[in-house]
Design a protein around this ligand. Structure first.
Ligand code: NDP
Length: 524
């Protein structure tokens, strides 16, 4: 079994040199410690060349009608789905996640996102007329122009969907993409790139560059036109600074600390099953994972007992060798983070109700862990866990639950469980997060038609939804005269006292107290 420093984000051990003296990145199976393969690390010059090639390929791609771009992306979707089992097999070995998760959360979601945008791109990217308020003699519309080359920088927890979903969105909008996957999971993204090439699609239009964080930094510095970054808050700040320096727009999809509020009228069975699925799917390494439960005192004990019971039924093991519910953790350093959270919580009075330790033997298997009697003095309630721990806290009222849910520097997702849908929506509207879901967990990233993203330190911008496709373009405002033009507009040079008076009168008539605008707004 390779130890943490061998498999973690530790350049000295996770990369080596091949016979030609080129640096390569090695990928290890977290469930067994086996070496799975290696890929070459891109140099700064490699990255610059990739961006230059992408820029040339994009020029021809952007000239294609949007329907044709969509059709070619669907060709890729079909090839990916046809070879889904190959992707699933490799991903299961490279990440340690279960086969079900690799299929439904990765391949299925990519196919769904591609299908949604391919179907709707023509409508969404069609010029949007603007109703002119005063200048009725002129016509305006927004024309969507592809940005150019988009950098997609992705993490290790969902390497396929978090690389491909934004890539395919950018491509349909008419951009080229250079993707930098996590150094922890390069092989499965490389496989997706091979499927692109094998489908006969332009190789330079979608490229993958591998390496450590520096390769991501090189990519931003190589003159890309937009960055879509998914990863941790600390790296997100560096990416934002690098983009700010270059005035390049970026979308930042960062960490989460999703609260789950269980109201007094919550359905115990559904809520308990949602907590177990939401807390332990992908070993809790999901930005949307249920990371803290605030249960009303009238349901708290029942809910906790049912969760503990369900956790005891979970089967954990190597997902490559049989049906399991929970696989291995992917990122070695994350195991230490999980252990530190548990130690801190227990030292401050939490009670361990399930799990609590790494399983002995090969593989990074951490037991699904449930902690009771938690509170906000404990890091497990305030910092991102990104591992298989669900901490419970008893609350006396809905108000207390909302206040605690909002007591966080993060705001990506939140969940409310209640039998009263109106109450659910009322609470949802008061919880500060990018998405709040009533009576469900995790699924909302998988709605291609709905915007997804965070507030506070969870990020900037949105992926998915109609605006995300348009945001892959420059919104160019085009304004044209409707009926032929005068020799000059009244407010052009030369300026004189008469035109000044006319403009003053018009300003007062329109906007002054009792002016036209006020009268109209009183009438309407
Ligand atoms: P990191 O922030 O460490 O890395 C993300 C990506 O950025 C990796 O490809 C990484 O390369 C690269 N990178 C590192 N440094 C730089 C840099 N200076 N400039 C550009 N790119 C850089 O995140 P993790 O991979 O550890 O992923 C876990 C985090 O991702 C968690 O916090 C999780 O919450 C968040 N996440 C957010 C999601 C969302 O949608 N909001 C979804 C999934 C995860 P390398 O791996 O080689 O270091």
């Amino acid at each position: 079994m390779a130890n943490a420093s061998e498999t973690g984000k530790d350049k000295a051990r996770s990369s080596t040199r091949d016979r030609a003296g080129r640096e390569t990145l090695r990928s290890w199976a977290p469930a067994t410690g086996a070496l799975l393969g290696e890929v070459p690390v891109a140099t700064t010059e490699d990255v610059e060349r990739a961006v230059a090639r992408a820029r040339r390929a994009q020029e021809a791609w952007a000239l294609l009608p949007v329907e044709e771009r969509a059709e070619r992306v669907l060709r890729y979707r079909n090839a990916l789905v046809d070879r889904a089992e190959e992707v699933v097999d490799l991903e299961v070995r490279e990440t340690g996640k279960t086969r079900h998760e690799a299929l439904i959360s990765e391949v299925f979601v990519v196919a769904d996102v591609a299908t949604y945008y391919a179907k709707n791109a023509r409508r969404l990217l069609a010029p949007q007329p603007i109703e002119m308020v005063r200048m009725k003699h002129r016509r305006s519309y927004v024309h969507y122009v592809p940005r150019g080359v988009v950098a997609v920088i992705s993490p290790w927890n969902f390497p396929v969907v978090l690389s491909l979903s934004d890539t395919l969105t950018a491509l349909i909008a008419g951009n080229a993409v250079v993707c930098k996957p996590s150094e922890i999971t390069p092989l499965v993204v490389q496989k997706c790139k091979e499927i692109w090439d094998a489908a006969g699609l332009p190789p330079d239009l979608f490229q993958v560059v591998h390496g450590h964080g520096e390769v991501g930094a090189d990519l931003i510095a190589a003159g890309v036109d937009k960055v879509v970054f998914t990863g941790g808050v600390a790296t997100g700040r560096k990416v934002a600074a690098a983009c700010g320096e270059r005035l390049v727009p970026c979308v930042l999809e960062l960490g989460g600390k999703a609260p789950l509020i269980a109201c007094a009228d919550a359905d115990i069975e559904r809520t308990a099953r949602a907590i177990v699925f939401g807390g332990f799917a992908n070993s809790g390494q999901i930005c949307l994972s249920v990371e803290r439960v605030y249960a009303h005192e009238s349901v708290h004990d029942l809910l906790l007992e049912r969760v503990v019971g369900l956790v005891s039924e979970l089967r954990q093991g190597d997902p490559a060798t049989g049906d399991v519910d929970v696989g291995a953790m992917t990122f070695p350093r994350q195991v230490e983070v999980v252990e530190a959270h548990i130690e801190d919580a227990l030292a401050k009075g939490a009670v361990l109700r399930a799990g609590g330790k790494r399983r002995p033997g090969a593989g990074m298997f951490f037991e699904p862990t449930v902690l009771a009697r938690c509170d906000h003095r404990m890091t497990v309630m305030t910092e991102e866990i990104f591992g298989p721990i669900v901490p419970f806290m008893k609350v006396g009222s809905e108000e207390e639950a909302i206040a605690l849910a909002n007591d966080s520097h993060l705001g990506l997702d939140a969940y409310v469980f209640t039998r009263d849908r109106d109450r659910g929506c009322r609470i949802a509207e008061r919880v500060v997060a990018g998405s709040v879901v009533v009576n469900d967990v995790l699924a909302n990233y998988a709605y291609p038609e709905a915007p997804f993203g965070g507030v506070k330190a969870s990020g900037i911008g949105r992926v998915h939804g109609d605006d995300a496709l348009r945001d892959m373009c420059q919104a160019r405002h085009v304004n044209v005269d409707r009926f032929g033009s005068l020799e000059r507009e009244p407010f052009w040079h030369p300026y004189d006292a008469t035109t000044y008076k006319v403009i003053l009168k018009a300003t007062r008539a329109l906007f002054g107290g009792g002016g036209l605008v006020q009268k109209l707004s009183e009438l309407l």
